[in-house]
Design a protein around this ligand. Structure first.
Ligand code: CP
Length: 328
């Protein structure tokens, strides 16, 4: 069977998009191409000198309007390992805080000849707005409750790495589905690659008609765990809820938290995934988060290779081997 990293279609395909704004509009072949490219970048981070000259001379700007640990640092390291120059903009300390519009800020950055803008914003659609005005490539690093494409790509990469396939696996996404850009991007990516996706959470946190995206819905955690190959846990997104949508975190933990007893009902080769940040003792207990079935830190490691792949593809750079063969 062809896998996400070996499919012949992926090998023949060339990347043609200026931006990476979401997984909704990517084909399965384009997703496989990113995963395959990430696979070829993985070993660079294991070298004593973790750097290749593939993006030398390119400038990447991290434009984060929302807090981030994993995504921002992962993009920064990915750019540095490809020898790009990277600038981190602290939006609170920029002229955005004086009333400059996002589009004007971007036009000013482009006047300084930057190549790639990595954008995170609390409002859905801001990276798309920027992409319409920018000649540089735009990568969505998370927009509101809409999409977080590189998170879903690193999740797909991790599943592929641990299970050798994505197609046919039963994957349950559990938690605050309604406010989760990670859930939405994963639903697009997993279903395009042939996984069977179930979403589970309190009825107030599961959007109506989400079945139309090709997923099953259950409000019962035991049903979501039964037969699942992967449990993807999500944080309650307090910052995106206008009203409290669960009675209390204690109640949420009792009904939807994964502890040792619930883990014992899962398949013996279950994978426990979480995009982070984890609220320990709410969506999952520490002994599960740090236990033998957890691949949470593998997800973070893989995020670096996936972001190197995305930076490389959107920049239209030559192959690593070509640069190295020409003396780098
Ligand atoms: N998973 C994720 O997006 O984490 P950060 O908010 O720390 O970037």
């Amino acid at each position: 069977m062809a896998t996400a990293t070996t499919a012949p279609a992926a090998q023949a395909l060339r990347w043609t998009k200026k931006d990476l704004l979401g997984l909704r509009k990517l084909s399965a072949e384009e997703i496989r191409l990113i995963l395959q490219t990430a696979g070829s970048f993985q070993e660079i981070s294991l070298r004593p000198i973790k750097k290749v000259p593939v993006l030398r001379g390119k400038t990447v700007v991290n434009l984060f309007f929302e807090p981030s640990t994993r995504t921002r640092i992962s993009f920064e390291l990915a750019a540095k390992r490809l020898s790009a120059d990277i600038v981190n903009i602290a939006t609170q300390a920029s002229s955005l805080s004086k009333g400059e519009t996002v589009v004007d800020t971007v036009k000013n950055l482009e006047a300084m000849k930057v190549d790639i803008l990595v954008v995170r914003h609390a409002a859905a659609g801001v990276p798309h707005l920027i992409a319409r005005h920018a000649t540089s490539s735009v990568i969505n690093a998370g927009d509101g409750s809409h999409e977080h494409p590189t998170q879903a790509l690193l999740d797909l990469f991790t599943i592929q790495q641990k299970k050798q396939r994505v197609a046919g696996l039963n994957i349950s996404i559990i938690g605050d589905i309604a406010h989760s850009r990670v859930a939405r991007s994963n639903i697009w990516g997993l279903t395009k690659l042939g996984a069977n996706v179930t979403v589970c959470g309190p009825p107030t946190l599961v959007p109506p008609q989400i079945e139309q995206l090709g997923v099953k819905v259950t409000y019962r955690l035991d049903e979501a765990i039964k037969g699942a190959d992967v449990l993807m846990l999500l944080r309650i997104q307090h910052e995106r809820q206008e009203a409290l949508l669960v009675p209390s975190l204690r109640e949420y933990r009792l009904r939807y938290g994964i502890d040792r007893d619930r883990l014992a009902t899962a398949k013996p080769d279950i994978l426990i995934m979480h995009p982070g940040p984890v609220n320990r003792g709410v969506e999952l207990d520490s002994e599960v988060a740090d236990g033998p079935f957890s691949v949470i830190l593998d997800q973070v490691t893989n995020g670096l290779a996936v972001r190197m792949a995305v930076l490389y593809l959107v920049s239209g750079a030559p192959k690593v081997e070509e640069v190295e063969a020409n003396g780098g």
